[in-house]
Design a protein around this ligand. Structure first.
Ligand SMILES: Nc1ncnc2c1ncn2[C@@H]1O[C@H](COP(=O)(O)OP(=O)(O)OP(=O)(O)O)[C@@H](O)[C@H]1O
Ligand SMILES: [Mg+2]
Length: 459
């Protein structure tokens, strides 16, 4: 059972034994302001209905089920005295079942995503109450006038209001997933509580595990003191698991258990630690495929998919691109003391025609470079070096496998300083700005790291 709570008088139960479509419906109704409870079996729903009032039940009939028998078993459960408050969704239809629905006063509708408007209208008709609009949240520095982003903001508003619902943020690299995760937290009731994040791709497994769950003194050789895990530190607030698609399967199992039971133990510990927080996760990977391939556990997938939020790629946001470009122009003018006045028409056309595989982050970098190159006046196409992302890394590749390092150097050569600088930058990025961690990643002392950061103006 999953509950999407909000300040609503109206509760809708969604029953979906296949768990196939309910989350989609739950989201769509949640954003309209209803409280949603989803079930994957009738028994749980029955239990719930004994203790809680629901205003409407939506039943998703499994494709293989004996339709009528299945629906009948549920109508016994759900508000038997008020049968018209049930909507049945099926993939197929025959005369027998149509007659059954009609005779029992049930509403029937085919389950097709393009019928959504019709479906929602039916829900509103049956429930027959206006829903309160959410309070206007603040979106500092998130730019988006395009309808696709306005829809995202509408979502963020609703999600922020929902109590602790889990949120799965999807979207290509650089589309603003982390930014949105923070915005949800900042607009939520728990905004004054901690926002704790971990990047599952940035740490080796054993470190990730001890970061997540913490450890007791003596749990392993280096454990000289007890250390709280991030899950514990996020208690009451939000825990953001970034790049969750990169989490290995063993930790996925452990995590699902902790998320489900809201209880875990520190490594080497025997005491149960109880926590309550909002979980958010993000990935730019195709997790559906990863589930199919067995790299991502289905139970974790469902646990995260209570609410999902998709950020469209920048190339699909129309004119937002130029608005965001202008935002960064101002920002980097200020930061670097430049006076860039705008973009030439050619430059605008170029910006609009480029596909932006790295999305907003790539745009941000491109504008910063252009501002620094131009210093003043208009940015023309000559200042926009698009599609040469590898230049940021100095054009070299480093790979480590089984403890041996292999390096490839481009034909044009490479400056050793550029390599050092890139490694410093990367380690700081992986350590989320924490110098002690970055130093550990490079096997340097903190002092040495500080010295080198200063040398490259990176601190
Ligand atoms: N709509 C927006 N308006 C202004 N700035 C944005 C917007 N979206 C993203 N950014 C900026 O773009 C950069 C990338 O955003 P963010 O780190 O949130 O992306 P991401 O989706 O988490 O990327 P990744 O998949 O690589 O982790 C950040 O500097 C962020 O502030
Ligand atoms: Mg991110």
């Amino acid at each position: 059972m999953d509950i999407l709570t909000q300040n609503s008088q109206q509760t809708i139960a969604v029953i979906d034994p296949e768990k196939s479509y309910s989350y989609f419906i739950a989201q769509e109704l949640f954003i309209e302001g209803f409280e949603i409870v989803t079930f994957d079996n009738a028994d749980d729903c029955e239990l719930f209905c004994k203790q809680n009032d629901i205003n409407l039940a939506i039943v998703l009939v499994p494709q293989i089920a004996d339709e009528i028998r299945f629906v009948r078993s549920l109508t016994n459960v759900v508000q038997a005295d008020n049968p018209q408050q049930i909507i049945v969704l099926t993939d197929t239809i025959n005369d027998d079942s149509l007659n059954f629905y009609r005779d029992h006063g049930l509403q029937h509708i085919m389950r097709r995503q393009d019928d959504l408007r019709l479906f929602k209208r039916l829900v509103f008709k049956l429930i027959n109450t206006p829903i309160s609009p959410p309070k206007k949240p603040a979106f500092n520095n998130i730019i988006g006038k395009d309808v696709s982003m306005q829809k995202v903001f509408q979502w963020v508003e609703r999600i922020a209001q929902s109590e602790m619902a889990t949120v799965f943020i999807r979207g290509e690299s650089g589309t603003g997933k982390e930014l949105i995760a923070r915005a949800i937290h900042e607009n939520s009731r728990n905004a004054d509580q901690p926002f704790v994040e971990i990047n599952c791709a940035a740490l080796p497994d054993h470190l990730l595990e001890s970061e997540l769950f913490g450890y007791e003194k003596g749990a392993f050789t280096d454990a000289q003191r007890m250390k709280k895990g991030l899950l514990e530190l996020a208690d009451g607030g939000t825990f953001f698991l970034d790049e969750i698609g990169d989490l290995n399967v063993r930790l996925q199992v452990k995590l699902v258990k902790a998320l489900e039971e809201k209880v875990f133990r520190r490594l080497g510990g025997t005491e149960d630690i109880r926590v309550s927080m909002r979980i958010m996760a993000a990935t730019n990977r195709d997790v559906e495929k990863a589930v199919e391939d067995g790299h991502f556990r289905e139970d974790l997938y469902f646990r995260l998919h209570v609410l999902s939020l998709y950020l469209p790629p920048l190339r699909e946001r129309g004119n937002d691109l130029l608005l965001i470009a202008d935002h960064f122009r101002n920002k980097f003018n200020d930061e670097h003391g430049c006076q860039i006045t705008g973009f030439s028409n050619d430059a605008k056309a170029l910006l609009l025609s480029y596909p932006w595989p790295g999305n907003v982050r790539e745009l941000k970098n491109a504008i910063e470079r252009a501002v620094l190159l131009g210093q003043q006046g208009e940015i023309t196409t000559g200042f926009l070096q698009l599609g040469r992302r590898q230049q940021q890394h100095g054009g070299f590749h480093l790979q480590q496998e089984n403890g041996t390092m292999s390096v490839s150097i481009p034909e044009s050569g490479i400056s050793l300083e550029a390599v050092e600088k890139a490694l410093l930058q990367k380690s700081m990025e992986m350590a989320a700005g924490n110098k002690a961690k970055a130093a550990r990643l490079l096997h340097l002392s903190r002092e040495t790291l500080r010295y080198r950061l200063r040398k490259f103006n990176l601190d």
